[in-house]
Design a binder for this molecule. Sequence first.
Ligand code: SF4
Ligand SMILES: [Zn+2]
Length: 112
Amino acid sequence: MTIGGEDWRRLALCAQVDPELWFPEKGESKRAAKQLCRRCEVRLPCLRYALENRVRDGVWGGFSERQRSRMRLADAERVIAADPPRPEKRPDGHRPGCHCQPCRSVEAGSVA
Ligand code: SF4
Ligand SMILES: [Zn+2]
């Protein structure tokens, strides 16, 4: 997927949830935001934007300001490639694109 310019913002998961989570007060936990970032499909363009523009405040791409200050883009790309965004589980506990036999049967429209 190639996302040019700032188009990634339209797909930002944080925009669909409470954006305040990404800008915690001093001492507040960043964990919830970071975990949601790991499921966000625009994690890499978001992080790239923050690194290139030296954005100070908030969690971007799953990393705090302190983490970003020590990070080079090449490292960020490696981290994210090793932990690609995973779609949320459906109520049945499987994820879209699941390769288990029952899910493949459903997707193929056949009943095993
Ligand atoms: S990676 Fe995190 S901060 Fe960036 S757009 Fe997605 S949810 Fe928002
Ligand atoms: Zn499955």
